[in-house]
Design a protein around this ligand. Structure first.
Ligand code: ARG
Length: 280
């Protein structure tokens, strides 16, 4: 039973729960095509810096006591480092991903194969385009789901049937925030942070009704990719440049941990994009 209302934890009562994440090392990371406004194939990427930044993120999770699994990166799939897009996993069930853009299409089966080999028995092969946790964010009582740029809204209904959870569709309208996880971060089962400007008027109103106490990010923090964050209920890893958002989180009793993923940002990804949560 999923309770419809949950007690909102007061600042100071926040608790971290141990998580299990899947990450993909950036061995073949590069910006060789442009499928979102952040990508410029002409701009240089420092591959060894990207590797160090990714390792620092992985080590931060390990230091917090979380488990990190890794998937072998494949040559010719430069965006495979963005593990969040590889699937959606809730209650041990895996909704495999199906990518909108040809350049990323082979990542779907690559991730699916990892799940098959790693003991996940309930895998659903998608009928409609869905880019995993880029657009599906599990929020305790329901799944928040983005559409407008990548995931097909029909995938929302597909996810609802498969996970047997309410799926709340939200329309993204700003191409810079092309995935839901670039515009909204789930902080715990009752709280989210989001940038209203990324959503249609109707979806903004839905968010306001569901989360009257949400952390509202500024345009500046959103542009620093601050909402591409990962929370364990207490610690919130987010891009270091989103200083205003970090201060807001601290005031609410969270522990913000700023990460520098400047090289990954050149592909339009950061902390959350590199992280897929395995909810067994
Ligand atoms: N270059 C990738 C793309 O445009 C970045 C994906 C970022 N991932 C995410 N979960 N938002 O598809």
């Amino acid at each position: 039973m999923i309770p419809q209302t949950l007690p909102v934890p007061a600042a100071g009562q926040r608790v971290a729960t141990p998580r299990r994440y899947l990450m993909c090392p950036p061995d073949h990371f590069a910006v060789t095509y442009a499928i979102n406004p952040w990508m410029d194939p002409e701009a240089p990427v420092d591959a060894s810096l990207a590797a160090r930044q990714w390792e620092a993120l992985r080590d931060a999770y390990l230091d917090l006591g979380h488990q990190v699994e890794t998937i072998k990166p494949e040559e010719g799939l430069p965006d495979m480092v963005f593990a969040a897009n590889g699937a959606t996993v809730v209650g041990g069930k895996v909704l495999a991903a199906s990518f909108r853009n040809e350049e990323r299409r082979a990542e779907g089966p690559a991730y699916r194969e990892w799940f098959r080999k790693n003991g996940f028995a309930r895998i659903h092969d998608p009928e409609f385009v869905n880019e995993g946790e880029g657009d599906f964010l599990f929020a305790g009582r329901w799944i928040l789901a983005g559409h407008g740029f990548r995931s097909d809204p029909h995938a929302h209904l597909e996810a609802q049937e498969f996970f047997e959870l309410p799926v709340i569709g939200l329309r993204l309208v700003d191409p810079r925030y092309y995935h839901l996880d670039t515009a909204l971060a789930v902080l715990d089962d009752t709280t989210v942070a989001y940038y209203p400007g990324a959503f249609s008027p109707g979806s903004r109103e839905v968010l306001r009704r569901l989360y009257p106490d949400a952390v509202i990010a500024t345009a500046e923090d959103a542009a620093a990719f601050g909402l591409n964050a990962v929370s364990d209920g207490l610690n919130v890893l987010l891009p270091r440049a989103a200083t205003g958002l970090a201060a807001q989180l601290a005031a609410r009793g969270y522990r913000p941990l700023g990460m520098d993923l400047s090289e990954l940002l050149k592909a339009g990804g950061s902390v959350k994009c590199c992280t897929l949560e395995l909810r067994d």
